[in-house]
Ligand binder design. Structure first.
Ligand code: SF4
Ligand code: SF4
Length: 118
């Protein structure tokens, strides 16, 4: 699976290994093999999503919803993915990397690397 979307400022790349948000000065990578994000499963994680002070992280369903079908007849996708969609808002605070229980996030911001302890 490969999917990307591009604006003038940010490129968001998703594949089976990782989701990445890339802007001019910042690259944020979420290792999807390590991350146990879940939108609905209470045992899943949303720590980075909740802790980031500038809302870098966003979620979306893995399949596009068909809004032409009336809501009562539509079966919405249940699998959602986590993306560092707004990478260029990152201030390098490191809170997401420190709070991630799976060591799934790495950040390059300018010349500074923020990585989980090895
Ligand atoms: S380093 Fe701080 S600002 Fe950047 S994505 Fe993580 S929590 Fe958000
Ligand atoms: S904190 Fe880590 S494990 Fe939790 S949702 Fe974010 S990247 Fe995934």
């Amino acid at each position: 699976m490969y999917q990307s979307s591009k604006s003038e400022a940010i490129e968001v790349i998703l594949n089976d290994e990782a989701s990445r948000g890339i802007s001019k000065d910042v690259q944020i990578t979420i290792d999807r093999k390590k991350c146990n994000f879940s939108m609905y499963d209470p045992t899943g994680c949303q720590k980075c999503l909740r802790i980031c002070p500038v809302n870098v992280f966003a979620t979306r369903p893995i399949e596009k919803r068909n809004f032409s079908i009336p809501p009562k007849e539509r079966i919405d996708p249940t699998v959602w993915i986590l993306l560092p969609t707004w990478a260029d808002w990152c201030n390098g605070c490191g809170a997401c990397v420190q709070s991630c229980p799976k060591g799934a996030i790495t950040i390059q911001i300018g010349k500074k690397s923020i990585a989980p302890p090895s």
